[in-house]
Every structure is written in C-alpha cells, then in structure tokens.
Design a protein around this ligand. Sequence first.
Ligand SMILES: Nc1ncnc2c1ncn2[C@@H]1O[C@H](COP(=O)(O)OP(=O)(O)OP(=O)(O)O)[C@@H](O)[C@H]1O
Length: 659
Amino acid sequence: MNGYSRQTNTAAMMQLLQSWTASGWLRMLDLSFARFLLSLEIQPPALLPLAAALLAHLEGEGHTCLDIARFLREPARYLSGPPEMLSAIQEQLQHWPDLQPWIDQLSPCRVVTQIDQQPGATPEDGSETPLVLDQGCLYLRRYWRDARDIARSLTERVTCSIHHPVQTESLHPLLSLLFPNDAATARESVPWQKIACALAMRGRFSIITGGPGTGKTYTAARLMALLMAQAREPLRIVLAAPTGKAAVRINESLHSAIAQLPPLGHLNAAELSAAFTRLGPARTLHSLLGAKPGTRRLRHDRQHPLDLDVLIVDEASMIHQEMMAALLRALPEHAQLILLGDQDQLASVEAGAVLADLCSDAGAYDPDTCTWLQATCDCPLEARHSHINPLSTGVVRLQRSHRFNAGIGALADAVQQGATASAMEILHREDVLDWYNAPEIPQILQLVDSAAGYRPLWDTVRQGGGKVSEEHTLWVQRVLKKYAAFRLLCALREGPWGVTGINQAVEDHLQETGTLNIQGLWYVGRPVLMTRNDPQLSLSNGDIGITLPDPEGKWRVYFPAGDASPRVILPSRLKYCESAWAMTVHKSQGSEFQHTALILPPQDSPVTSRELLYTAITRAREIFSLFAPATGLEQAIARRTQRMSGLLAALQKASKYGN
Ligand SMILES: Nc1ncnc2c1ncn2[C@@H]1O[C@H](COP(=O)(O)OP(=O)(O)OP(=O)(O)O)[C@@H](O)[C@H]1O
C-alpha cells in the first residue's frame, strides 16, 4: 500500500493532498484550488479534492483537460514526478477505477456543470461553475470555453466559403505559373505546395504544416501573390508570429522568397515587391491583439475586431490554446486565417497542443475537396473522410525538405518516427553528426572553445570595433553573425547540465583562460536572452542581444533587428535577462543555427522527449552535436509528449451539432 491507505473520506483526502504538497509532488496552487472548491460545497465527495488537485497539476504540465478514461488507463503517461508519487496517486485512483464513478461523484457537485451530450441542452456560455464535465473530460471552465469557441469558430470558417469564391478557371493558370512542373516539383509524386495554395484560396481557414525547409515560407509567398493577384480591391494582409524573433525571421524569409516570384496576372515583379513592402513588418500575436501589460486583457476581441482581410501566422506550434481562442475572437468574420508551422515540434509552453491537434489526420480530403484539387491543380487524390479531425480538409502537410542537410534530415525523421536503432546508426554514420555518448562538462567546453563552437565569435569580439562609426557598425554585424552560427541547447533549465550550470561553466572557462575580460555580471561579449517582455524597451521574451562597446567605448547591448540596424540598449536598463551561451530547446524554437549542440542530462528526466529532440535537431542547418548517453537518447525517443486536450472532441461536436 506504499504507506497510504485509500481515502474515501474528504478530510482524510485533504490531509493526503497536503502531504503530497509537502513532498513537492503537487504545487501549493494545486492544493489551494482543491481547498477552494471544497469551501464551495456542502457535502463534497472525497473524489472532488483529488480530481481538482490533479486537474490543476495537469494544467501546469500543459494539459487543457483531464480526459478521465484515458488518464485512468495510463496515469503514468501524464503525471510527472517520482515513482513514489505515481504509486501513491494510483493507489487512490483504484477507488474510482473508471469513468462512471467519476461522473456519479462529480456531477452532483455545485462546482461542476455537466454538459449534456444533447445539443439543445448545451448552455450557451457555460455556467459559472469552476469545473465543467463534458464528454468524459473534466475541464477548468476557461479551458472548456476556449476549446468550444475555437471549435465553433474554425468549423464555421471551414464550412462557409469565402465571400467571393475564386473561380477554378482563373486559379488554374496562376497555380501552374507559380508551381511549374520543374525538376524540384517533379521529384514529388504529389505537388503538396500547389495543393496548399489551392486549398488556402478556397476557404477561410487553412494550415500549411511541415518540417524545416519543406517550403512553408516559399508556399506562403506564392499564396500571398495569388491573393493579391485575385483580389478585386487591395487586401489588408497581416503577418504575425508568437514571438518577436519568429516575427523577424518570417519577414526576412518572406522577403527573399518574394524576390524570386514570377510576374503574376496584372502584377509584375516590381509591383509584387512594392505590394509586399507596403504590408509592413510581421507583428507578435501579443502586440497584434493589443495585449495590455500586466493584465490578461486585450484591445481586440469580438466587439473590436482586427482590421484585416488575411492573417498569416508563422511558427503556429507555439500558439497556446488561450491565445488561439483570443485570436479567433478578434478575427473579423470575412477574414482568411492561414497557419504555418511544424506539428512535430514541441508544443507551446502554456497549456494546449493546438497545432498538433488541428493537424491530426492531415491529408484526409473529402470528395468535394478532391474535385476542387483536380480542377485547380490537375491532381488526382483519393477521397477519404476523417473520423478524427473534421478540419483535416484544410490541412496540408509538406513532405520534402529543400534545404536540409541530408544527414540531419534523416536523423530528424528517425527520431520523429520513434526509430531508435536507426537514429543511433545515423548518428554513428554521418560526418555532420557528432555524438558524445559518455558526456562530460570538459568535453562540452572543448567544443565550445573550438572553431566549430564560439571561438570565431570570441576572436571577433576581441578584435574590437574601433572608433569609426562605419567600421564599428560592420564589426557589430560580424559579431552578431558569428554568434548566430553556433548554439548550445539544454533540455533542462537548472542544474549542472541545465542552462544555468552550462552558462556558469562557459563563463568560468572564459575567466580562467582570460579569453574575455569577465569581472562581474556584465562584460564585453556577454550574450543575453530576455526572460520577459519589456514593453517599455519594445523587447520580447526570447530576444537575444550581445554586450559590446559603442564607438566611444561605452557598453551597450546590441539586439539584431532583421534588415534594420541593431537596436542599442544600455545594460542597466535590461531588468529581465540572463546570459545566453546556452538556452533551453523551448527558447530556441523559431531559430536556426549552422551548428547546434544539444545537451541531455546524464540521468533520465521526464523533460526529455521525442518532440524535444526533434525540435533541437531541426534547429541545426549544417552540423548537429549531441551530448547524451545512449540510454538517455533511447528514453527520450520513447517518450512522446501527449497532451490531453478537448479540442478534437469539441471539433467533432461542433461539426456534428453546429455548436
Ligand atoms: N518547390 C521549390 N522549389 C525550389 N526551391 C524551393 C521549393 N520549396 C522550397 N524551396 C527552397 O527551400 C528553402 C527552404 O524553404 P522555406 O524557407 O520556405 O522552408 P520553411 O518550411 O519555411 O522552413 P522553416 O520552417 O525552417 O522556416 C528555400 O531556400 C526555398 O527557396
């Protein structure tokens, strides 16, 4: 019994939850939530505090609901904590071993609304109870409402066509011009990029998903040109991304993709380029929605919609559920929404797995869609109905990488498919992959202090920029470029193998070897990562700058700004930042480096997962180094992040009942 008897008495259950909190298995927040719900009940069942604490705990792990039957089948898959925690919780769960006892115990509670499965009985805006029980899933009310709002909005967008449906006769020649049957497309049996454009032109919602270099930006540039060429009046197209860094990157890559476009319809190349320039730079979703600092409030919502016709959002895997719901509420009814992203990457830090959910069963197209694709793309596809995802008809998965180094691509594929033996074989075989399978910190420092690591950066920093403004500007650009060539990524934040430990080890090494003159927190050459948004400085969480002397010798932090000159900030004004020799894989999303080195901890950690590995590998353009013991690698590949989310259930319900 692991020292814990099963508790069917509410007071005893609370005591048990307190002891779990004291052991660090639950957060204080989880316990407080359970306590709060008990205070609202007259005769609370013992399951209520347990369910409440588990639901709060799972929310902290990124789940947006507790899918009761799924959770009871395999609690270990969803709970992260020591084995003692798991057995203690399982011990208690045995008292309510399947869905029905949970419904029987929870549905009479005042703090729970049970949503009837009959459409007519669905409350319009949910009741005000803190918990909602819907189709066997227990939700915190706001997550239930967000999932339902997303499902309704997207279903409505997919079922109703755009205001002026594009004629297939006019679209066909334009698509043929943009995607000629050249050598690149001929290598693919299905022209997925062309299909992505055709589907996006047909509806008000579409997703273009695919790994790095599969041409999401290439396709988006063509799609924007098509939209402009077909529009009767100038379109208000807006580009956005979840982070500032990703927004800068989509700007850069779209502009170079646009420069390669052929003339289209009435638009010649110069007109297309001018039209793109007029769109203005990509925005972060926060700034687009008008986030008010320090609050959850947004300027744009249903009553104050965004002023746009087309919204293209890059790096959509980073959009969490609450953000997606807010975005859809603020989107005008007539507008087209196009999401770009890689569904296999790590999900958002906050709760939800929106892109992965929406991309389930990609490639299942209904007969109408197949007819449309035949008419616009000359592409015969076999119709297939998806029983999982009613929106699959708007999703296109691009398959072939046009940029990737073949060795890195093969490793990413093997990891994504869970093929451990094959991943190890590729790691041993390929020259561009370095695997240190008995990692030690000195090995990491040796790589860092080499031509393949930060040595070229350190040498450039030591050269200095001089006092002449033009030369200084060129030097700053060189430094930023060298820094962007290599990056250390860690699975963990804390500990000797985490970001804090590795940053400290690199700084100790710099000091011991006298490579850089480190005498305090700030030093010339220190890269810093913003750890929070700072609206006053217009810097976002995740932005990275480097500390360098200005032409007068005063220390400044230079933040790259795409094509524009770097932003220059006084170090003393940066309150929320940390050294950035190493960063977490999560923070690296949306960036790429010529050489990426990933450090996994020597002991297994629940943080290391297949998605984390895939994300880290796909940050590397030319070389990927891995510091991980074989067992750690195996365990990471075997561990799939599966987030419980009610989004697909809400979509099925919305498509069936229209609510
Ligand atoms: N059909 C194609 N024909 C020729 N080149 C292509 C094609 N598709 C993509 N490319 C080229 O491949 C490279 C990668 O494309 P792109 O940047 O659009 O990929 P991506 O999926 O947006 O990558 P990431 O996720 O890393 O941003 C670019 O140089 C692009 O010009």
